[in-house]
Design a protein around this ligand. Sequence first.
Ligand code: UDP
Length: 334
Amino acid sequence: MAKLGGKVMVTGGAGYIGSHAVLALLDAGYEVVVVDNLVTGFDWAVDPRATLVEANVADDERVRATIRDHGVAAIVHFAGSVVVPESVTDPLKYYRNNTAATRSLIESAVSEGVRHFIFSSTAATYGTPAKVPVQEGDPTVPINPYGMSKLMSEAMLRDVAAAHPMNFAALRYFNVAGADPKGRSGQSTVGATHLIKIAVEAATGKRDSVAIFGTDFDTADGTGVRDYIHVSDLAAAHVAALAVLVARPADSHILNAGYGRGFSVNQVLDAVDRVTNQTIERRYAGRRAGDPAELIADNSAILATLDWRPERDRLDTIVEDALAWERKLGEMGR
Ligand code: UDP
């Protein structure tokens, strides 16, 4: 582990991806303080080895005091709003919780001398890519306020890193799924809209069927194709990014976080059927507004930049881990 010289502050560490990053950082030997307002996150999702500060990332006083009190040397920023359709109906919520809150957090980081910042960005910054696999240098033309709110945050980080002694890594996530293989965390959000979560809910009897949004895309089987990445591999990428930021303080990075391969909706549902040895009912529905046919990462940059390799990239592994967590949630009465 590179010498960081302080703790890692994880905002949104009580949420889905954040809680897995907390586990990965702790397992790698870092000390972690979580800042989360627990609006969508859960305190029980935060590993007890971490300290939990219940606060909003835009609360400058609390955030700065936390940075000082804990000797925070790096920030990994997950906190924010993540529901794409909601960003269309309530854009100002996204520009507040994502863009403005991130601006405030960056300012706290700079004024307290935090040297490293890792940001959860998204493939939604690309909008509808002209070609797949999509590369980091391709045009970023978000088609919803969610993607724009994250792209604006990337722009702030780029400008701030050029002006102040802070470097950053922005990871553009593709479709995150699965759960901690040790069963310590998973996707716990009620009312989730993501395909693999919905499919394992159906497989565990929480839903009757899965709607397939569009069967007339220009793809091999007509359904949408996505690059599904295991949340534990994604969490590990943040740990690897931190090591690179510490080792090379002059360099910042914007990196796609995906595997570079895609699966269709039907292929995902086939995997769920295979893993559960049952048949989920599929309903054919119309396309969802704004869904591109295909979204696949060119991941050559992350592979070249970070000491990171996919470990749980088999689709069946992702589904198995998601399913195990869904069953555990059931046992927990959630
Ligand atoms: N999808 C679907 N039924 C669902 C949820 C999603 O057919 O109930 C499709 C969606 O149209 C897309 C893919 O599954 O092609 C992944 O969608 P998801 O919402 O998981 O992530 P997105 O790619 O929109 O971020």
